[in-house]
Design a protein around this ligand. Structure first.
Ligand SMILES: Nc1ncnc2c1ncn2[C@@H]1O[C@H](COP(=O)(O)OP(=O)(O)O)[C@@H](O)[C@H]1O
Ligand SMILES: [Mg+2]
Length: 342
């Protein structure tokens, strides 16, 4: 329809602020009267009005697409790309608090955090779990990309490709995506300007892979995970570092208890303590062992300590190592199925 917010305000006798709030999805339940005025100002036909009212009735913040009042026919999808978080998330209270502290950061700058730590320690799990918790603070969308910047650099996603995916997520037609990285990044920044979008850049190899993906203006929040410190981002862009270590002994035990059931852990405290020790409190190692115990509910946990079930701590903590052969092969190579290789 091509009207500016000011023009719509003039036509509808609503304030620019009201229209802007409805358009950006900041008004959870727009008043029916406001919607009627808006519909009249936009000359919507009956079907469009019914659609608009229906959306407003059913809406929670995320379902009410920001543009809907001004472009009913667009049929757009708001990006909500954060993948599933672990069902039983354990510990990390301090890190979750540190991440949430950014929500109160200076609203004039882009909040940027780097979660770093060795493979399998739980960087992705932390970023994804927290992102779900705060997603309603980012009504304009939540973006996620796996940058694949682990040990095998040939598998890394180029920044240009990552931006193309984000632009597509915001409904930019492929034909309108510029070929060069600079032009792509400029379009991406233009699109994010003034929006509140959460961006998770998972498994970054180095700062160069991340820099073009940073928004230019305030309102967005970026969480990067990397096995490297990405010290450059801390130095040049004031990124907050969160260095992730293995779980505390208490959190490791609680994690197993949640996965296996308290009764099973209480019944075999000594075996549990030994398993935790052998897993070096790595979430990846612990969840792998737990998976075996869950698959065999009648198996005593102590059996997992026997040589034929030897917990492959090294292999699990360094999942990029080549597969091993021999009696422990299945356990030793399981991490690839469980995830967490960057
Ligand atoms: N705090 C946690 N609570 C529950 N499961 C976790 C936790 N941290 C990691 N995991 C699990 O451990 C495995 C490895 O974690 P991941 O986040 O992929 O590690 P990284 O990204 O550091 O390589 C995944 O299966 C993940 O679900
Ligand atoms: Mg990861």
């Amino acid at each position: 329809m091509g009207l500016t917010q000011e023009e719509v305000a003039q036509r509808s006798a609503l304030s620019v602020r009201t229209i802007s709030d409805i358009e950006r999805g900041h008004t959870r339940r727009p008043r029916p009267r406001s919607l009627q005025l808006l519909a009249a100002a936009l000359n919507l036909n009956q079907t469009e009005v019914a659609h608009l009212l229906e959306l407003a009735r059913n809406t929670n913040r995320g379902d009410f697409y920001p543009d809907v009042g001004l472009d009913v026919a667009a049929g757009r999808v708001l990006p909500r790309q954060i993948p599933m978080a672990p069902r039983h998330f354990a510990g990390r209270d301090r890190e979750l608090r540190a991440l949430s502290a950014q929500l109160d950061d200076d609203p004039r700058s882009v909040a940027l955090t780097v979660i770093c730590g060795p493979p399998g320690v739980g960087k992705t799990a932390l970023a994804v779990y927290w992102a779900h918790q705060v997603s309603d603070r980012f009504p304009d969308g939540q973006l996620y990309v796996d940058l694949g910047g682990g040990q095998d650099r040939s598998a890394a996603l180029s920044p240009a490709e990552a931006i193309a995916r984000f632009l597509e997520a915001f409904n930019v037609p492929a034909a309108r995506i510029p070929a060069g990285l600079d032009a792509r990044a400029a379009l991406y920044r233009s699109l994010l300007a003034g929006k509140k979008v959460l961006i998770v850049l998972d498994g970054a190899g180095d700062a160069e892979q991340v820099l073009p993906l940073l928004p230019g203006s305030a309102g967005c929040l970026v969480v990067v995970t990397s096995r490297n410190g990405l010290i450059g981002l801390v130095a040049s862009h004031g990124a907050r570092p969160i260095s992730l270590d293995v779980l505390s002994p208490d959190d490791a035990r609680e994690f197993l208890a949640t996965l296996l059931g308290h009764h099973r852990v209480v019944a075999e405290e000594a075996a549990v303590a030994e398993l935790i020790e052998r897993c070096e409190r790595s979430p990846l190692a612990l969840s792998t062992v737990a998976a075996y115990a869950i698959m065999s509910p009648s198996l005593p946990l102590a059996a997992l300590l026997l040589p034929e079930f030897e917990v492959p701590t090294q292999a699990i903590r360094h999942p990029a190592r080549p597969s091993l052969t021999g009696p422990n092969r299945i356990l030793r190579t399981t991490p690839r199925c469980v995830g967490g290789d960057h």
